[in-house]
Write a protein that binds this ligand. Sequence first.
Ligand code: GUN
Length: 283
Amino acid sequence: MSSQLINGKEISNTIRTGIQKEVQDLIAKGITPGLAVILVGEDPASHTYVANKEKACKELGIYSKLIKLPEDTTEEDLLAQIKQLNEASEIDGILVQLPLPKQINEQKVIETISPLKDVDGFHPNSVGKMLLGQETFLPCTPHGIMKLLEYSNIEVAGKHAVVIGRSHIVGVPMGQLLLQHDATVTYCHSKTKNLQEMTKQADILVVAIGRAKMITADYIKEGAAVIDVGMNRDENNHLCGDVDFDSVVEKTSAITPVPGGVGPMTITMLMYNTVQSAKTKLA
Ligand code: GUN
């Protein structure tokens, strides 16, 4: 079967062009969208993600404020920073890069961010509204994946979507968004028995497990669309996904590469949320 390569970079660029135009319109009206990113500690992957977010802001004309804090930052200090940003009129979105050092309670941090500036969509307010199908900030990776499917003309309604992974950042909201678009959804995770039996039923398979190349052809139904959220290093230190691309590609009808699939979309949807937040100042 010939497979459609889902080009996340290209789709992301198309969406970014629209966002850039919206930023220009806002700036013309005296509103510059602003994103604050807080990075605590020295995790190298987090530093890379944050650098990419800064770059995207710059390219789109969004003001970005990066706050780097040391590894031994106390929870109290971090919460105080967030409260200041909640009040700062030049800031429309606040993102605290996860994971955080162990002395800091992540949930408490998330709940301190004003729901009005929760561009990650992780606050319980945002999560609740998402579950109810109400307008809110949607979490960037699952939202980006919905856009990948839409721009690739992959029908979701009536399809069996299988999501592997149940993180609050990706897996859980992913299943909910697919459900809202009328898919039949199955969640799989580390305690799932007979994983292959489950995944072989998937018309759309979303893989977010964090294990390099774990999903091989044996897990795939002929003609499935496969979305790989993984970002790992293989034995040669090359970036790779959770899906063994070379082994599965022939069986799929569509597949995302790593890199260049889901990754660029996450940042694009973060930019989108920041601009949506800034637009509330227009009223
Ligand atoms: N760490 C990995 N992914 C994310 C994300 O989408 N948002 C935040 N804040 N941290 C992350």
